[in-house]
Design a protein around this ligand. Structure first.
Ligand code: FAD
Length: 388
């Protein structure tokens, strides 16, 4: 390659992993990120990185040892409660050396990736508005602050509502009909010991077929809970509520979960602060776009799916494969075709498997209670509840 100008849009896990591996192979890259700085936005909770995807990417990036030092293997604990009786059913306690899916905080993962990049690689506060210019390049990146820059290759790692995707595809995420209402418990071991005990070191789930709950012990003593239901996008307005009407939302939830065991309903009554709305969107299946010699996509920008525990791992696997394709093919177009030849069929298969599966998050038997071990031994590309 004749020093192509490579622009990654988005400093999420996918974009930063791609940039890190490109630099490891001596390839120059600039990352443009909408956030004003690394620390301005809460990155969210904990993620499990799988041995056959996220961890593979970190190994190529030379960060696997750092990941194991920063991750929480105890976070692989999983509990399933009966929603109505409150009894503990399935319970997996990880072995001491279990390293299949250790948990790491999103912010810790981002910092680890940022620290591995050449200083100045990320241009913060650069929200892309649109990609312009001829399909064979150079491309013009137009940012919301009015600035522009040129690139020979644009990698869209800019998430669900990707403006890069808009240059090659008309697809837009659609609401799945499922909403997570998010609640938090801070300093849980001290301030909410009963909730901390109920959740354990990892995750706890319950469902009755129409409502679900996913609780997770995050780093720093925080516990995050998702209350999962099928709701209209404007359910708050329909119920005469607003986002900051914490007591009104709590009353709504208590009514919806009225049949649940009192111990489980405490995640609705005892939480700290306001509830956050997380409507779950997905791209229609299959998501197909015209191949371009100057633009490609990875992660959620390419294949936004319901959050069943695969999104970050797929984004990092895409990033690994794209960076290696660019390192091993002297012509960018050849590299993109080689990358997409693997990534697109994999994404379509996984999208198809997960299509409409957001409702699994409310199932009363998500782990195949007959054979819970089957879940743990399953391939990593099997759906599972979210663990963010
Ligand atoms: C509620 C919920 C729970 C989830 N739980 C899990 C889980 O447990 N495990 C899992 O694997 N996945 C989970 N996911 C999915 C996971 O978050 C995504 O699949 C993953 O973050 C995708 O990574 P990415 O790098 O492609 O995109 P993102 O993480 O979305 O990163 C995109 C980056 O691009 C930036 N950006 C956006 N627009 C622009 C712009 N215009 N210009 C410049 N920069 C821009 C953003 O600020 C961000 O930094 C969950 C998702 C949700 C909604």
């Amino acid at each position: 390659m004749n020093t192509p100008r490579i622009a990654v849009i988005g400093a999420g896990p996918g974009g930063l992993t791609c940039a890190t591996i490109l630099q490891k192979h001596g390839i120059a890259v600039t990352v443009h990120e909408a956030d004003a700085a690394a620390e301005v936005r809460d990155q969210g909770g904990s993620l499990d990185l799988h041995a056959d995807s996220g961890q593979l990417a970190l190994k190529e990036a030379g960060l696997l040892e750092s990941f194991f030092a920063l991750s929480r293997p105890e976070g692989q604990e999983m509990r399933q409660y009966d929603a109505i009786s409150g009894e503990l059913g399935f319970h997996h306690v990880p072995d001491e050396d279990e390293a299949h899916r250790p948990e790491i905080e999103r912010g810790v993962l981002r910092d680890m990736l940022l620290d591995s990049l050449t200083p100045g690689t990320v241009r913060w506060g650069h929200a892309l508005r649109a990609v312009e210019g001829p399909s064979d390049g150079p491309r013009l990146l137009r940012f919301t602050d009015g600035t522009t820059t040129e690139a020979d290759l644009v990698i869209g790692a800019d998430g669900a509502w990707s403006p890069v995707r808009a240059a090659i595809s008309a697809a837009l995420p659609q609401y799945t009909g499922i909403t997570f209402v998010e609640a938090w418990f801070h300093d849980a071991d001290t301030r909410h010991p009963d909730i901390a005990e109920f959740v354990g070191n990892g995750s706890a789930i319950a469902g009755d077929g129409a409502r679900g709950m996913f609780a997770q012990h995050n780093g720093g003593g925080h516990i995050r809970v998702y209350l999962i239901q099928r709701l209209a996008l404007d359910w708050l307005a329909q119920a005469g509520l607003t986002h900051d009407d914490t007591e009104g939302i709590r009353a709504f939830l208590l009514d919806a979960y009225r049949d649940w065991a009192p111990g489980l309903r405490r995640v609705i009554t005892d939480n700290d602060g306001r509830y956050l709305q997380r409507p779950i969107n997905a791209l229609l299946v299959p998501h197909i776009w015209e191949p371009s010699p100057t633009i490609t996509l990875l992660g959620d920008a390419a294949h936004l799916m319901p959050p069943l525990g695969l999104g970050v791992n797929l984004a990092m696997l895409d990033a690994l494969e794209l960076a290696l394709a660019l390192a091993h093919n002297p012509v960018i177009d050849d590299a993109l075709r080689a990358y997409e030849k693997t990534m697109i069929p994999r994404s379509h298969q996984t999208q198809t498997e997960l299509d409409g599966r957001a409702a699994d998050l409310m199932a009363d038997d998500p782990f195949n209670a007959e054979d819970p071990q089957a879940h743990l031994n399953a391939q990593d590309n099997q759906p599972r509840p979210p663990a963010t």
